[in-house]
Design a protein around this ligand. Structure first.
Ligand SMILES: *[C@@H]1O[C@H](CO)[C@@H](O)[C@H](O)[C@H]1NC(C)=O
Ligand SMILES: *[C@@H]1O[C@H](CO)[C@@H](O)[C@H](O)[C@H]1NC(C)=O
Ligand SMILES: *[C@@H]1O[C@H](CO)[C@@H](O)[C@H](O)[C@H]1NC(C)=O
Ligand SMILES: *[C@@H]1O[C@H](CO)[C@@H](O)[C@H](O)[C@H]1NC(C)=O
Length: 399
């Protein structure tokens, strides 16, 4: 009942458009611990890889040293398993003092001193997915705690909760975050737990939101997520825009499960889908090829296009898919992919077939290498070859 009372306070004040925190005007970029480091709390036997202040400090250092910060990666995001399993006597969340001996505030200061931002993780229910304290009944207190620590982003998961509480509960947390006066990017897991999410309501409370299952370090996982986005059965793609983005989950580039082509595929797809670019990898030991993909400025520019429009799949024929994303200046990002097979696929189609109908034509540039492809009228055909699991990503600039 307590929550329902808060609801009337929260959203009657600003029901028209609850979220105006100025954040995520383009998809946020950074690093997030979950996929790579999970809930490893064994700092005795695995001090370099356990969830601890040292891990996040190391990643902040690497974001700067490795050139990631220079191309836009900005958030260092703590995920599950950072606190003690019990709140203190006054109900406050406490970072595990063995693993975070300096405390979260000091970690935030460190991350800020590098010109970066610190994100943290909580849960809408009674417990986090890993069994740590959830924010149910503590939303205001937790929002204030996070703000007092200098937190810049909150991912609010949905384990151990009542799904029917989410439509009013997630906006309540947004209300309390707003009340702190500190701009805190709000990442909601709400739709991922809901069969028929009200995406309009979600976009009015959340900056980004997870729609689908957690990503795993495998091609099956990446391709499953992309299929969910391509099918767009719940009609969520058009909801994206500046300040509000669908989140297909972390980039796993630089880990173990994807081939080189599949890593290019994930980067290109996340660019076309206007997805948050949160890497979950070990920045201390990155294969050079993976690093080059993550640092590719041309692909990042597509992802960060200021219009913030999410791309859609417009053709799916066997293993071949074509996706398009409107970009500023009447340009269009076009992604051709081949998501299977054993031999190089040949694709030939007229620009009109992919919705490029401007009579004066288009100047096509391959995005990864910035290579000029040609000038095409809409009725002219484009012929390309795509290797299995690779992509051909082009920017079509209207002439
Ligand atoms: C709180 O919400 C108001 C109204 O939407 C907005 O103007 C303000 O910038 C928000 N403040 C923060 C810190 O998010
Ligand atoms: C999806 O949303 C758009 C924009 O609100 C609307 O025009 C369209 O009819 C919706 N499609 C379906 C299948 O609900
Ligand atoms: C077409 O794009 C290339 C870059 O790929 C650029 O160098 C060239 O000037 C452009 N041509 C026209 C006519 O816009
Ligand atoms: C394409 O359209 C132009 C006029 O825009 C026309 O001159 C040309 O013949 C057409 N080419 C083909 C292959 O149909």
């Amino acid at each position: 009942m307590k929550i329902i009372v808060y609801f009337t306070v929260a959203c009657s004040l600003a029901f028209v458009d609850c979220l105006e925190n100025g954040l995520a005007r383009t998809p946020p970029m950074g690093w997030l611990s979950w996929e790579r480091f999970r809930c490893n709390i064994d700092c005795v036997n695995d001090p370099d890889n356990c969830i601890s202040e040292n891990l996040y400090k190391a990643m902040a250092d690497e974001l700067v040293k490795g050139g990631y910060k220079d191309v836009g990666y900005e958030y260092v995001n703590i995920d599950d398993c950072w606190p003690l399993v019990n709140r203190d006597a006054k109900g406050f969340l406490v970072a595990d003092p063995k693993r975070f001996p300096s405390g979260i505030k000091a970690l935030a200061d460190y991350v800020h001193s590098k010109g970066l931002k610190l994100g943290i993780y909580g849960d809408f229910g009674t417990k986090t997915c890993g069994g740590y304290p959830g924010s149910k009944f503590y939303m205001e207190q937790d929002a204030n705690t996070f703000a007092s620590w200098g937190i810049d982003s909150l991912k609010l998961d949905g384990c151990y909760s009542r799904i029917e509480d989410m439509p009013f509960g997630y906006p309540i947390m947004e209300f309390y975050l707003n009340q702190t006066g500190r701009p805190i990017l709000y990442s909601c897991s709400w739709p991922a737990y809901t069969a028929t999410p009200d995406y309009k309501a979600i976009a009015n409370s959340c900056n980004i939101w997870r729609n689908y299952d957690d990503i795993q370090d495998s091609w099956d996982s990446v391709s499953g997520i992309v299929e969910f986005y391509g099918a767009n059965k719940l009609n969520f793609s058009h909801i994206a825009g500046p300040g509000r983005f669908n989140d297909p989950d972390m980039l796993i580039i630089g880990n173990f499960g994807l081939s080189h082509n599949q890593q290019r595929y994930q980067m290109a797809m996340w660019a076309i889908m206007a997805s948050p670019l949160y890497m979950s990898n070990d920045l201390r030991r990155m294969p050079e090829e993976s690093k080059a993909i993550l640092l590719n400025k041309n692909v990042i520019a597509i992802n960060q296009d200021p219009l913030g429009v999410q791309g859609n799949r417009i053709i799916k024929q066997g293993d071949i898919e074509v996706w398009t994303r409107p970009l500023q200046g009447n340009s269009v990002g076009v992604l051709f992919s081949c998501i299977g097979g054993a031999t190089t696929a040949q694709v030939k189609l007229a620009l009109t077939n992919i919705g490029l109908t401007n009579p004066s034509g288009y100047n096509l540039t391959e995005v990864f290498e910035g290579r000029f492809v040609g000038i095409f009228k809409p009725n002219e055909s484009l012929s390309i070859s795509i290797d299995p699991y690779d992509v051909f990503l082009v920017k079509a600039a209207q002439l």
